[in-house]
Write a protein that binds this ligand. Structure first.
Ligand SMILES: C[S@@+](CC[C@H](N)C(=O)[O-])C[C@H]1O[C@@H](n2cnc3c(N)ncnc32)[C@H](O)[C@@H]1O
Length: 301
Protein backbone atom coordinates (compact mmCIF):
# COMPACT_ATOMS: atom_id res chain seq x y z
CA UNK A 1 0.00 0.00 0.00
CA UNK A 2 1.35 3.45 -0.86
CA UNK A 3 2.31 5.59 2.10
CA UNK A 4 1.12 9.18 2.32
CA UNK A 5 4.29 11.03 3.19
CA UNK A 6 4.70 14.75 3.35
CA UNK A 7 7.88 16.56 4.16
CA UNK A 8 8.23 20.29 3.82
CA UNK A 9 11.43 22.24 4.39
CA UNK A 10 11.33 25.99 4.86
CA UNK A 11 14.63 27.81 4.50
CA UNK A 12 15.08 30.76 6.85
CA UNK A 13 15.13 31.94 10.44
CA UNK A 14 12.72 30.09 12.73
CA UNK A 15 12.06 33.28 14.60
CA UNK A 16 10.56 34.86 11.48
CA UNK A 17 9.03 31.76 9.87
CA UNK A 18 7.23 30.30 12.90
CA UNK A 19 4.93 33.36 13.30
CA UNK A 20 3.66 32.75 9.74
CA UNK A 21 2.42 29.22 10.57
CA UNK A 22 -1.15 28.51 11.60
CA UNK A 23 -1.88 28.27 15.33
CA UNK A 24 -2.50 24.82 16.83
CA UNK A 25 -1.66 23.05 13.57
CA UNK A 26 1.15 20.69 14.63
CA UNK A 27 1.28 17.85 17.17
CA UNK A 28 4.84 17.48 18.23
CA UNK A 29 8.18 19.28 18.02
CA UNK A 30 11.42 17.30 18.07
CA UNK A 31 14.51 19.39 17.85
CA UNK A 32 18.10 20.08 18.74
CA UNK A 33 19.09 23.74 18.55
CA UNK A 34 22.72 24.75 18.12
CA UNK A 35 24.61 24.60 21.42
CA UNK A 36 25.90 27.95 22.65
CA UNK A 37 29.31 28.91 21.30
CA UNK A 38 30.16 25.45 20.05
CA UNK A 39 29.82 25.52 16.27
CA UNK A 40 29.60 28.17 13.64
CA UNK A 41 26.71 27.50 11.27
CA UNK A 42 27.90 30.31 9.06
CA UNK A 43 24.83 32.54 9.05
CA UNK A 44 24.25 35.93 10.70
CA UNK A 45 20.87 34.88 12.14
CA UNK A 46 22.13 31.67 13.69
CA UNK A 47 21.17 30.70 17.22
CA UNK A 48 24.16 29.85 19.42
CA UNK A 49 26.38 32.75 18.34
CA UNK A 50 24.97 35.28 20.81
CA UNK A 51 27.54 37.29 22.77
CA UNK A 52 26.27 35.82 26.05
CA UNK A 53 24.56 32.59 27.08
CA UNK A 54 21.81 34.70 28.67
CA UNK A 55 20.92 36.11 25.25
CA UNK A 56 21.06 32.59 23.82
CA UNK A 57 18.49 31.42 26.37
CA UNK A 58 16.32 34.48 25.64
CA UNK A 59 16.38 33.73 21.90
CA UNK A 60 15.43 30.12 22.48
CA UNK A 61 12.55 31.16 24.71
CA UNK A 62 11.26 33.46 21.95
CA UNK A 63 11.40 30.64 19.40
CA UNK A 64 9.71 28.12 21.70
CA UNK A 65 6.97 30.64 22.50
CA UNK A 66 6.09 30.51 18.81
CA UNK A 67 6.40 26.72 18.85
CA UNK A 68 3.83 26.67 21.67
CA UNK A 69 1.47 28.74 19.57
CA UNK A 70 1.66 26.38 16.58
CA UNK A 71 1.31 23.20 18.65
CA UNK A 72 -2.07 21.63 19.27
CA UNK A 73 -3.43 21.92 22.79
CA UNK A 74 -2.20 18.40 23.62
CA UNK A 75 1.16 18.88 21.87
CA UNK A 76 4.67 18.25 23.18
CA UNK A 77 8.25 19.36 22.63
CA UNK A 78 11.21 16.99 22.79
CA UNK A 79 14.25 19.17 23.20
CA UNK A 80 17.81 17.89 22.98
CA UNK A 81 20.34 20.46 24.09
CA UNK A 82 23.95 20.24 25.22
CA UNK A 83 26.06 21.99 27.81
CA UNK A 84 29.38 23.78 27.64
CA UNK A 85 32.18 25.12 29.78
CA UNK A 86 33.01 28.73 30.54
CA UNK A 87 36.56 29.16 29.34
CA UNK A 88 39.10 31.87 29.68
CA UNK A 89 41.35 32.91 26.81
CA UNK A 90 44.96 31.98 26.46
CA UNK A 91 44.91 28.39 25.34
CA UNK A 92 43.50 29.07 21.89
CA UNK A 93 42.32 25.50 21.96
CA UNK A 94 38.61 25.28 21.52
CA UNK A 95 38.13 21.58 21.07
CA UNK A 96 38.37 19.16 18.19
CA UNK A 97 34.70 19.44 17.38
CA UNK A 98 34.57 23.17 16.94
CA UNK A 99 35.13 23.73 13.26
CA UNK A 100 32.24 23.92 10.83
CA UNK A 101 32.97 25.01 7.30
CA UNK A 102 36.05 27.19 7.13
CA UNK A 103 35.52 29.45 10.08
CA UNK A 104 36.54 29.14 13.72
CA UNK A 105 35.90 32.75 14.64
CA UNK A 106 32.73 32.39 16.67
CA UNK A 107 33.93 29.38 18.52
CA UNK A 108 37.19 30.95 19.56
CA UNK A 109 35.53 34.13 20.69
CA UNK A 110 32.90 32.35 22.76
CA UNK A 111 34.77 29.41 24.20
CA UNK A 112 37.82 31.34 25.29
CA UNK A 113 36.16 34.12 27.23
CA UNK A 114 34.31 33.57 30.49
CA UNK A 115 30.78 34.91 29.97
CA UNK A 116 29.98 37.71 32.35
CA UNK A 117 26.84 36.19 33.85
CA UNK A 118 25.48 33.72 36.39
CA UNK A 119 28.69 34.06 38.43
CA UNK A 120 30.53 31.87 35.94
CA UNK A 121 34.22 31.32 36.49
CA UNK A 122 36.87 29.84 34.24
CA UNK A 123 36.17 26.11 33.74
CA UNK A 124 32.63 26.27 35.16
CA UNK A 125 30.12 23.92 33.56
CA UNK A 126 27.40 26.35 32.48
CA UNK A 127 24.42 24.09 33.14
CA UNK A 128 22.73 25.39 30.01
CA UNK A 129 20.22 22.55 29.47
CA UNK A 130 18.70 23.14 32.91
CA UNK A 131 18.85 26.90 32.60
CA UNK A 132 16.89 26.58 29.35
CA UNK A 133 14.48 24.07 30.92
CA UNK A 134 13.77 26.35 33.90
CA UNK A 135 13.34 29.36 31.60
CA UNK A 136 10.86 27.43 29.44
CA UNK A 137 9.03 26.27 32.55
CA UNK A 138 8.79 29.87 33.76
CA UNK A 139 7.49 30.84 30.30
CA UNK A 140 4.52 28.48 30.58
CA UNK A 141 5.71 25.05 29.47
CA UNK A 142 4.99 22.02 31.61
CA UNK A 143 8.30 20.23 32.15
CA UNK A 144 7.42 16.52 32.20
CA UNK A 145 10.61 14.54 31.87
CA UNK A 146 14.37 14.70 31.61
CA UNK A 147 15.70 11.83 29.54
CA UNK A 148 19.42 11.14 29.67
CA UNK A 149 20.87 10.13 26.32
CA UNK A 150 23.87 7.95 27.14
CA UNK A 151 26.21 7.93 24.17
CA UNK A 152 27.62 4.54 23.27
CA UNK A 153 30.41 6.31 21.41
CA UNK A 154 31.27 9.58 23.11
CA UNK A 155 33.30 12.32 21.48
CA UNK A 156 36.90 11.93 22.73
CA UNK A 157 38.07 14.74 25.01
CA UNK A 158 41.68 15.49 25.94
CA UNK A 159 40.77 16.55 29.51
CA UNK A 160 42.63 15.10 32.48
CA UNK A 161 40.85 16.94 35.29
CA UNK A 162 37.28 15.61 34.93
CA UNK A 163 35.46 12.61 33.44
CA UNK A 164 34.77 12.65 29.71
CA UNK A 165 31.29 13.89 28.98
CA UNK A 166 29.19 11.11 27.44
CA UNK A 167 25.58 12.14 28.06
CA UNK A 168 23.12 14.76 26.86
CA UNK A 169 19.66 15.77 27.97
CA UNK A 170 16.39 15.38 26.12
CA UNK A 171 13.58 17.29 27.85
CA UNK A 172 9.93 16.52 27.34
CA UNK A 173 7.71 19.62 27.63
CA UNK A 174 3.95 19.73 27.28
CA UNK A 175 1.81 22.64 26.21
CA UNK A 176 -0.76 21.78 28.88
CA UNK A 177 -0.98 19.31 31.80
CA UNK A 178 -3.14 16.98 29.69
CA UNK A 179 -1.19 16.09 26.61
CA UNK A 180 -0.80 13.27 24.10
CA UNK A 181 1.72 10.61 25.09
CA UNK A 182 1.57 7.04 23.84
CA UNK A 183 3.24 4.83 26.49
CA UNK A 184 2.96 1.86 24.13
CA UNK A 185 4.81 3.63 21.31
CA UNK A 186 8.11 2.40 22.73
CA UNK A 187 8.51 0.05 25.70
CA UNK A 188 11.40 -1.63 27.47
CA UNK A 189 12.35 -5.10 26.16
CA UNK A 190 10.71 -6.51 29.32
CA UNK A 191 7.45 -4.83 28.38
CA UNK A 192 7.76 -2.24 31.17
CA UNK A 193 7.15 1.46 30.67
CA UNK A 194 10.10 3.07 28.89
CA UNK A 195 12.75 4.42 31.27
CA UNK A 196 14.27 7.88 31.11
CA UNK A 197 17.75 6.84 30.06
CA UNK A 198 18.41 5.87 26.46
CA UNK A 199 21.67 4.20 25.50
CA UNK A 200 22.17 5.05 21.85
CA UNK A 201 25.02 4.90 19.40
CA UNK A 202 25.60 7.37 16.58
CA UNK A 203 24.25 6.55 13.13
CA UNK A 204 26.78 4.60 11.06
CA UNK A 205 27.82 7.18 8.48
CA UNK A 206 28.05 10.94 8.40
CA UNK A 207 25.71 12.85 6.11
CA UNK A 208 27.65 16.11 5.80
CA UNK A 209 26.03 17.81 8.81
CA UNK A 210 28.22 18.09 11.92
CA UNK A 211 25.49 17.49 14.51
CA UNK A 212 22.83 15.09 13.25
CA UNK A 213 20.46 13.35 15.62
CA UNK A 214 20.70 9.56 15.96
CA UNK A 215 17.66 8.27 14.10
CA UNK A 216 16.70 6.03 17.03
CA UNK A 217 16.42 9.03 19.33
CA UNK A 218 14.02 10.69 16.92
CA UNK A 219 12.10 7.45 16.38
CA UNK A 220 11.38 7.13 20.08
CA UNK A 221 10.21 10.72 20.47
CA UNK A 222 7.93 10.42 17.43
CA UNK A 223 6.37 7.13 18.52
CA UNK A 224 5.76 8.43 22.05
CA UNK A 225 4.63 11.90 21.06
CA UNK A 226 2.48 11.52 17.94
CA UNK A 227 -0.05 9.40 16.09
CA UNK A 228 0.12 8.27 12.46
CA UNK A 229 -0.89 11.14 10.21
CA UNK A 230 0.15 13.84 12.71
CA UNK A 231 2.60 16.55 11.74
CA UNK A 232 5.97 16.80 13.46
CA UNK A 233 7.95 20.06 13.55
CA UNK A 234 11.70 20.63 13.72
CA UNK A 235 12.55 24.37 13.82
CA UNK A 236 16.30 23.55 13.63
CA UNK A 237 16.02 21.03 10.82
CA UNK A 238 19.72 20.54 9.98
CA UNK A 239 20.15 17.53 7.74
CA UNK A 240 16.50 16.57 8.11
CA UNK A 241 16.69 13.54 10.42
CA UNK A 242 13.40 14.44 12.12
CA UNK A 243 11.65 14.69 8.77
CA UNK A 244 13.04 11.45 7.40
CA UNK A 245 12.15 9.41 10.45
CA UNK A 246 8.72 11.06 10.75
CA UNK A 247 7.90 10.07 7.18
CA UNK A 248 9.13 6.54 7.70
CA UNK A 249 6.71 6.30 10.62
CA UNK A 250 3.75 7.65 8.66
CA UNK A 251 3.86 11.18 10.09
CA UNK A 252 4.08 14.43 8.14
CA UNK A 253 6.96 16.76 8.90
CA UNK A 254 7.72 20.45 8.68
CA UNK A 255 11.36 21.49 8.99
CA UNK A 256 12.83 24.97 9.24
CA UNK A 257 16.54 25.40 8.50
CA UNK A 258 18.52 28.60 8.25
CA UNK A 259 21.42 27.37 6.18
CA UNK A 260 20.49 26.38 2.60
CA UNK A 261 23.48 24.02 2.47
CA UNK A 262 21.94 21.85 5.21
CA UNK A 263 18.51 22.12 3.64
CA UNK A 264 20.09 20.70 0.50
CA UNK A 265 21.47 17.79 2.51
CA UNK A 266 17.92 17.09 3.73
CA UNK A 267 16.74 17.22 0.16
CA UNK A 268 19.40 14.76 -0.95
CA UNK A 269 18.65 12.36 1.89
CA UNK A 270 14.97 12.64 1.11
CA UNK A 271 15.45 11.95 -2.57
CA UNK A 272 17.46 8.89 -1.69
CA UNK A 273 14.43 7.68 0.22
CA UNK A 274 11.98 8.81 -2.49
CA UNK A 275 9.83 10.86 -0.13
CA UNK A 276 7.86 13.85 -1.28
CA UNK A 277 9.60 17.12 -0.63
CA UNK A 278 8.58 20.72 -0.99
CA UNK A 279 11.34 23.24 -0.28
CA UNK A 280 10.21 26.80 0.20
CA UNK A 281 12.88 29.49 0.40
CA UNK A 282 11.70 32.41 2.54
CA UNK A 283 12.43 35.98 1.57
CA UNK A 284 16.03 36.72 2.55
CA UNK A 285 14.84 39.58 4.76
CA UNK A 286 12.28 37.34 6.43
CA UNK A 287 9.39 39.29 4.90
CA UNK A 288 6.60 37.67 3.01
CA UNK A 289 3.88 35.31 3.93
CA UNK A 290 4.24 31.56 4.04
CA UNK A 291 1.06 29.60 3.47
CA UNK A 292 1.30 26.05 4.70
CA UNK A 293 0.86 23.75 1.73
CA UNK A 294 -2.00 21.33 2.16
CA UNK A 295 -1.27 19.34 -0.97
CA UNK A 296 1.15 16.52 -1.21
CA UNK A 297 2.12 14.24 -4.04
CA UNK A 298 2.66 10.66 -3.16
CA UNK A 299 5.89 9.59 -4.82
CA UNK A 300 6.79 6.81 -2.45
CA UNK A 301 6.20 3.17 -3.05
C1 LIG B 1 22.27 20.92 15.98
S1 LIG B 1 21.84 21.30 14.37
C2 LIG B 1 20.40 20.28 14.07
C3 LIG B 1 20.76 18.95 13.46
C4 LIG B 1 19.55 18.08 13.15
N1 LIG B 1 18.91 17.62 14.38
C5 LIG B 1 19.96 16.89 12.28
O1 LIG B 1 19.67 15.75 12.61
O2 LIG B 1 20.60 17.12 11.25
C6 LIG B 1 21.10 22.89 14.49
C7 LIG B 1 20.70 23.50 13.15
O3 LIG B 1 19.99 24.73 13.42
C8 LIG B 1 20.25 25.62 12.35
N2 LIG B 1 19.90 26.98 12.82
C9 LIG B 1 20.65 27.82 13.58
N3 LIG B 1 19.97 28.96 13.83
C10 LIG B 1 18.76 28.84 13.23
C11 LIG B 1 17.62 29.68 13.14
N4 LIG B 1 17.59 30.90 13.70
N5 LIG B 1 16.53 29.23 12.44
C12 LIG B 1 16.56 28.01 11.83
N6 LIG B 1 17.63 27.16 11.88
C13 LIG B 1 18.71 27.56 12.59
C14 LIG B 1 21.72 25.39 12.03
O4 LIG B 1 22.05 25.80 10.71
C15 LIG B 1 21.85 23.86 12.23
O5 LIG B 1 21.73 23.16 11.03
Amino acid sequence: MAQMNFLQILIGDSLTILPTLAAESLQCCITSPPYWGLRDYDHPAQIGAEPSPELYVENLIAIFREVRRVLRKDGTVWLNVGDGYARNGGTGNCGPNAVVGNTKKLIQKRNCKVPNCWGLKDRDLMGLPWRIAFALQADGWVLRSKITWIKKTAMPESVKNRPTSATEEVFLFAKSPNYFYNPNGVREASGANLRNYWILGPDPSGNGHPASFPRELVRRCILLGSREGDTVLDPFGGSGTTGLVANELGRKALLIELNPVYAQISKKRTRQRRLFLNMEPMHPDGQGEYTPCQESLDQSS
